[in-house]
Design a protein around this ligand. Structure first.
Ligand code: NDP
Length: 280
């Protein structure tokens, strides 16, 4: 089994981006800028935001953190995003999800102009992706595609199964694989015969958030298994896949941590540099 080393590939990508960010600065005399809006005090969100800001610093992207209290009103949250939308020094805007329950995430996200939507969540970007046109793509599924590309795993004509149908992972993942000529099945909590469907997959991608959900009997010999899940069990991070049980069966597999996670951050940085290059 070949371990798909997301950590290493993400580092390679960051090095490429560092050069692009430096070239942008020498040409435009401003740095590529990413604004991160963090509302509330959820511990996991704070960790993700810290990681993203650290990654920005590493490649020379200027980050602006807008940290707002959990009781922030809908109007105030939208006002903050609209101000960032107007700011020419901000090329990308990210609103860290999930938001406190009283806030309407969809309305807040809709205040991000498509050109600054580095998470690829806007209706315009998702619509373009569905049409197979050039657009900004959500970072996690984009990171998965980049891993497949860098490990030279072909998708054309392959059977791909995506576990999970969320707007941020499962659905865009399925669209990307479809656009890349795979034959894609999307599974979710109401899917019947899920094991049998998974066993047909040449490429199996799990994004459901259930530890050790994907067991060896659900995987075809020689499959490519991509584990998007992030779960915490006894204080340790693990994915959706029973990794140890699959080392003899899968041909390629991503570890958790060190697989899709670092690729997600690298794709956020890439989307931000892309956005800056297009805007100025
Ligand atoms: P959501 O909770 O939004 O979606 C989970 C999906 O899994 C839903 O479509 C749900 O089905 C499906 N599902 C849940 N339980 C089952 C089950 N028993 N059988 C089949 N399908 C099931 O999660 P996200 O898409 O946001 O995230 C998925 C996982 O990926 C999480 O662990 C998250 O932490 C991780 N993640 C990792 C990232 C990374 O960078 N590595 C980035 C983003 C997320 P239904 O729609 O029917 O409810």
């Amino acid at each position: 089994m070949i371990v798909m080393d997301g950590k290493k590939i993400a580092a390679d990508i960051r090095a490429e981006l560092k050069a692009r960010a430096a070239a942008f600065f020498s040409k435009k005399a401003i740095r590529v800028g990413l604004a991160v809006v963090l509302i509330g005090d959820e511990a996991a969100s704070a960790v993700y935001v810290r990681n993203k800001i650290k990654a920005c610093e590493e490649v020379g992207i200027r980050s602006v953190l807008k940290q707002l209290p959990a009781e922030t009103s809908q109007e105030e949250a939208e006002r903050v995003v609209m101000a960032l939308a107007e700011d020419p020094a901000v090329h990308g805007i990210l609103v860290q999800l999930p938001l406190p329950r009283h806030l309407d995430a969809s309305r807040i996200l809709s205040r991000i102009p498509s050109s600054k939507d580095v998470d690829g969540f806007s209706a315009e970007n998702i619509g373009l992706l569905a049409r197979g046109e050039t657009c900004t793509v959500a970072c996690t599924p984009l990171g998965v595609m980049e891993l497949l590309k860098r490990y030279r795993i072909p998708t054309e004509g392959k059977r791909a199964v995506v576990l999970g149908r969320s707007n941020i992972v499962g659905k865009p993942m399925a669209m990307l694989l479809t656009n890349a000529d795979a034959t894609v099945t999307v599974c979710h909590s109401k899917t019947r015969e899920l094991g049998a469907i998974c066993r047909e997959a040449d490429i199996l991608i799990s994004a459901i958030g259930r530890p050790k959900f994907v067991t060896a009997d659900m995987v075809k010999e020689g499959a490519v298994v991509i584990d998007v899940g992030i779960n915490r069990v006894d204080g340790k991070l693990c994915g959706d896949v029973d990794y140890e049980a699959l080392t003899e069966k899968a041909a390629y597999m991503t570890p958790v941590p060190g697989g899709v996670g670092p690729m997600t951050v690298a794709m956020l940085l890439r989307n931000t540099v892309d956005a800056a290059e297009k805007q100025v």
